[in-house]
Design a protein around this ligand. Structure first.
Ligand code: GLC
Length: 538
């Protein structure tokens, strides 16, 4: 009997596009994007071909960390609109067979959250133990040497309860105590609230940070510390993150998601790859997609990237589905990281590797990252250590829609500077240009959607050297595609020792090459990427 192939789930076959709502589209002229603005741009996203959007936080927040400090997990910040707007967004997405992933922030809340207000009001308060409180050392200093990701100790003194509280980020973002079952229940209740409203999944913020060492041991110092990366890296967070008990907590998250149909959990986990794999859970009971940041963390070096992709592919449990992230609101833009010339090869790699691609809004038009003067910094990470240039404002600037005033983003004063080249580089212009980066993205996305080999086929490493990275994707009974990426600016050739190949170029970063028949050896220009439909592949 022929067994029917297992159909891929939406979050396996589709592309997930991150929207930073403050910067996507403003409709009320306050200079800040809103939910109505997202709705107004859904036709664009549908045209582009993305399957799901991941919306950075829209909950009420005093914005100490731009929405990642929540005061009401079940509300909508009035800056972004109302619950009616939210419900409309869900139904408009679903009408288009698209999905919505929300941010969930279980590691910390805002200091202004009613939970923390209660917790810090008295040691007798029933919510006191919802947060991580700890007595001072005998000399009055912090309980241990843990460091906040933004700078300085992870501990802040509170004079009312005469204890320190833990904060992995700003002191305005106190950490919840995930060893307390009441915190579990409160969070699961939030998840159910949004799932019941039709949300298709959560991107769980700082998942690896939820559980800390029960004995509060000091972190060891980092012998490879590079001071330019910020003070946090002076120690290795072995006791302040990624603790074994966390995996029990993750399994509980998963159970909640499994109460519903077809929902996805995505984990933000900045951990080494051998640990990342554990976030899938031993029995497929972890998060569905622990973010894989290897394309962000690696130097743009073909051998390194190829080696790590192969290692990742080998390490994944059989049930696990891979992910690749090219950018997000915390990381420098891809066009800025590897250079504008490389953006097509980068897009081709992201959209042809095996696994769910995550792309950041604006990457499809090659937004480079906008310079923000030091006196206009808004991001706490940049403000804390202004001399290190670590601010994330440059990657969070408003989307560039058109040549109109303020790039079509707002009729008011934009909350953050807009790219000064918006008149020549924008969605409207690129959409009409068949040679633009946007058109190239769209063509790659369409190709990916239509080719089983790319959405679900095997990955075969073929070759890598100091300039090129080559792999083949092939599903059973489907065409084989060889992806050849020149990740350098210099010309090169590719002569496969493993397989002599011949075929036809289907997509090329240089459109004029498309349709050409090629065979080994093949020469490539600097920055070139091509997809060859192979005549044969054994
Ligand atoms: C995550 C978010 C980041 C935020 C941090 C603290 O890493 O992506 O933007 O600052 O969590 O919530």
């Amino acid at each position: 009997m022929i067994q029917e192939a297992k159909k891929l789930l939406w979050w396996q076959e589709g592309i997930i596009y991150q929207i930073y709502p403050r910067s996507f589209q403003d409709t009320n002229g306050d200079g800040i994007g809103d939910l109505k603005g997202v709705i107004s741009r859904l036709n664009y996203l549908e045209w582009l071909g993305v399957k799901g959007i991941w919306l950075s936080p829209i909950y009420p927040s005093p914005n100490a960390d731009f929405g990642y400090d929540v005061t009401d997990h079940k509300g909508i910040d009035p800056t972004f609109g109302t619950m009616e707007d939210f419900d409309l967004l869900v139904s408009e997405l679903h009408k288009r067979k698209m999905k919505l992933v929300m941010d969930l922030m279980p590691n910390h809340t805002s200091v202004e959250h009613p939970w923390f207000k209660a917790s810090s009001s008295s040691v007798e308060d029933p919510k006191h133990n919802w947060y991580m409180w700890k007595e001072a050392k005998q000399d009055g200093s912090e309980p241990n040497n843990w460091l906040s990701a933004f700078n300085g100790p992870m501990w802040e003194w509170n004079d009312t309860v005469k204890k320190y509280y833990c904060h992995s980020f700003k002191k305005e973002q106190p950490d919840l105590d995930w060893r307390n079952p009441e915190v579990h229940e409160a969070t699961f209740d939030i998840m159910r609230f949004w799932f019941d409203r039709g949300v298709d999944g959560f991107r769980i913020d700082m998942l690896h940070h939820l559980v800390k060492d029960e004995l509060y041991r000091d972190n060891p110092s980092n012998p490879e510390y590079d001071a330019s990366s910020g003070t946090y890296n002076s120690h290795i967070p072995v006791y302040s993150s990624d603790q074994p008990y966390l995996h029990k907590v993750i399994a509980m998250f998963r159970k909640i998601a499994d109460e519903y149909e077809d929902r996805v959990l995505i984990g933000e986990c900045y951990v080494p790859m051998h640990k990342l794999i554990m976030y899938y859970g031993p029995n497929n009971d972890g998060v569905h997609l622990p973010f894989n940041f290897l394309l962000i963390n690696n130097n743009w070096n073909p051998t390194k990237i190829a080696g790590n992709v192969a290692r990742y592919d080998r390490m994944l449990p059989e049930f696990a589905w891979p992910t690749y992230v090219m950018g997000n609101h915390d990381q420098p833009r891809i066009a800025g990281r590897v250079g504008v010339e490389q953006t097509r090869a980068a897009a081709m790699m992201l959209l042809t590797l095996r696994g769910t691609p995550f792309m950041n809004c604006g990457d499809e038009i090659g937004v480079k990252g906008v310079p923000i003067p030091v006196d206009e910094l808004l991001d706490p990470q940049g403000i804390e250590l202004p001399h290190l240039n670590l601010g994330r404002d440059p990657m969070r600037t408003p989307m560039i829609w058109s040549s109109e005033q303020n790039a079509g983003f707002t009729k008011g004063k934009p909350w953050l500077r807009i790219d000064k080249c918006y008149k020549t580089h924008n969605v409207e212009i690129q959409k009409q240009d068949k040679y633009s980066l946007l058109t190239f993205y769209k063509r790659l996305i369409d190709f990916r959607k239509s080719e089983k080999s790319i959405t679900e086929g095997h990955y075969y490493h073929i070759h890598s050297d100091s300039q090129i990275y080559v792999f083949v994707r092939k599903a059973e009974d489907s065409n084989a595609y060889m992806i050849i990426l020149n990740l350098s600016h210099r010309p090169c050739y590719f002569k496969s020792e493993k397989i002599p190949y011949s075929g036809i170029i289907i997509i090329s970063s240089d459109i004029e090459l498309e349709g050409l028949r090629v065979k080994t050896p093949l020469e490539l220009g600097g920055d070139e990427g091509i997809i060859v439909k192979l005549d044969n592949f054994i």
